[in-house]
Design a protein around this ligand. Structure first.
Ligand SMILES: Cc1cc2nc3c(=O)[nH]c(=O)nc-3n(C[C@H](O)[C@H](O)[C@H](O)COP(=O)(O)OP(=O)(O)OC[C@H]3O[C@@H](n4cnc5c(N)ncnc54)[C@H](O)[C@@H]3O)c2cc1C
Length: 407
């Protein structure tokens, strides 16, 4: 079994292969020169508390040898031959496989001309270490892009006592991910914490200014010591593409996490999965999904035929606030609010007919947990029930049917 990509998805897959009883050879090919680690802390605890206080390892470093998993660090899978069932490595070696998992993740989308000294993108532990040093040395941190990475870094920089400016092209923060109402709430939180949130800003370039930078926007310039760019990602799909596998926005896989090539699977941030209930490919960049898909794919690599049906779920922490979401909605017929925007305790439920399709919540993790359970079952809700705080969400679904027992 060969797994390409040592993120949380790849690491979960190799663990599941052993847990499921596979006792043959497993190789995990990691382009980064680090044992698999978790990325979510990199924009949160790692910046706030430093590297020494933040353990991001998925497993202790010696776990891989204990599990007899061959861990190749600092080596890329350079070429894939589907007919010969081999992977050629960047160090010239070749590995053959019976079954292969592609878990190559994504990389930050970069903007032409916005790079060099003082410009930071954030994906890897190395990026985070550099960003941490630069934030500590800075007085003014500018953030280009008001998505999750930008907002989390901005929150950390504010907490570290820095002056922070967020530059976002859309009318509010996190608009694509959370919609206008929630986005405005988050923008209000950042403003309340002292960040200078500027929306509708088109950044056209940067100019060097002594040891700092001037960021050029449609409205003038913003002088800063460090510029953090978080403007989305690109899937690392070239290996699959060159091998002839179907790719578009990610590597196309079916509900079993399988590509079109027999024995070849893809999961996590790089995978665009066909979801029958949505009738389309869905690619998400969620920590939890990468792990769960990794486990499902591992079982399928061993011969199971298990569809990935888990509910998509993610979280983001900014200041003391917790944002969470579960489910996916294309075109909701209705969006119903529960809670209070003033108290910053609010859930937005997206409905198609009488079914909840997704929820986005601010500081209401219990609502998200309840919706995750509802989404997994048949349910029928009304807007009035959802608005009524005295009605527990978990009561909105019929109790699970008990298996009939013979007397
Ligand atoms: C700063 C940050 C904060 C985040 N916070 C959250 C959060 O709060 N909540 C949440 O739900 N999600 C969060 N995420 C997203 C989450 O981390 C990802 O969804 C998750 O890491 C996806 O795991 P993965 O295994 O699919 O890919 P990745 O973690 O990207 O790992 C892929 C690995 O494959 C390697 N690779 C690529 N090509 C090759 C090759 N040819 N050969 C060998 N190796 C290769 C890459 O170098 C990389 O190490 C965050 C992400 C970042 C960057």
């Amino acid at each position: 079994m060969v797994v390409v990509g040592g993120g949380v998805g790849g690491a979960a897959a190799v663990g599941e292969l052993r847990r499921a009883g596979f006792d043959g050879g497993i190789t995990l090919i990691c382009a980064e020169n680090a044992v698999p680690y978790q990325r979510p802390p990199l924009s949160k605890d790692f910046l706030l508390n430093g590297a020494a206080a933040t353990n991001c390892d998925v497993q202790p470093p010696d776990w891989y040898s204990q599990q007899e998993i061959e861990l190749l660090l600092g080596v890329r899978a350079a070429q894939l031959d589907l007919a010969a069932k081999t992977v050629t490595l960047s160090d010239g070696g070749t590995i053959s496989y019976d079954s292969l998992l592609l878990a190559t993740g994504v990389r930050p989308r970069t903007l032409p001309g916005i790079d060099g000294e003082g410009v930071c993108y954030l994906r890897t532990m190395g990026d985070a270490a550099e960003l941490l040093d630069r934030i500590h040395a800075a007085e003014h941190v500018a953030v280009l892009g008001g998505g999750f990475i930008g907002c989390e870094v901005a929150a950390a920089a504010v907490r570290l006592g820095k002056r922070v400016t967020i530059l976002e092209a859309l009318p509010t923060l996190l608009q694509r991910a959370l919609g206008t109402t929630m986005g405005e709430l988050i923008a209000g939180i950042h403003r309340g914490e002292g960040a200078d949130v500027r929306t509708g800003q088109f950044v056209s370039g940067i100019r060097r200014r002594g040891r700092g930078l001037s960021v050029i926007t449609g409205d003038g310039t913003v002088d800063c010591d460090v510029l953090v760019v978080g403007v989305g990602t690109l899937p690392n799909q070239e290996l699959a593409d060159r091998a002839g596998l179907p790719v578009g926005n990610g590597i196309d896989v079916d509900e079993y996490c399988a590509t079109q090539a027999p024995g070849v699977y893809a999961i996590g941030d790089v995978a665009a999965q066909h979801l029958p209930s949505y009738g389309r490919l869905v690619r998400v960049e969620h920590y939890d999904t990468a792990i769960r898909q990794g486990r499902t794919a591992a079982r399928n690599m061993l011969g199971a035929r298990e569809a990935f049906t888990d509910i998509h779920w993610f979280w983001s922490d900014q200041y003391e606030h917790s944002i969470q979401s579960a489910g996916i909605t294309d075109n909701p017929d209705d969006v119903v609010m529960r809670g209070s925007a003033e108290q910053r305790s609010l859930s937005a439920f997206q409905l198609n007919g009488d079914r909840i399709r997704s929820v986005i919540s601010l500081n209401r993790p219990k609502d998200v947990l309840d919706v995750r359970r509802l989404l997994a079952r048949e349910h029928s809700v009304t807007a009035a029930q959802l608005r009524d705080e005295s009605a527990p969400l978990k009561r909105l679904a019929p109790p699970p049917q008990r298996a009939a027992t013979a007397n």
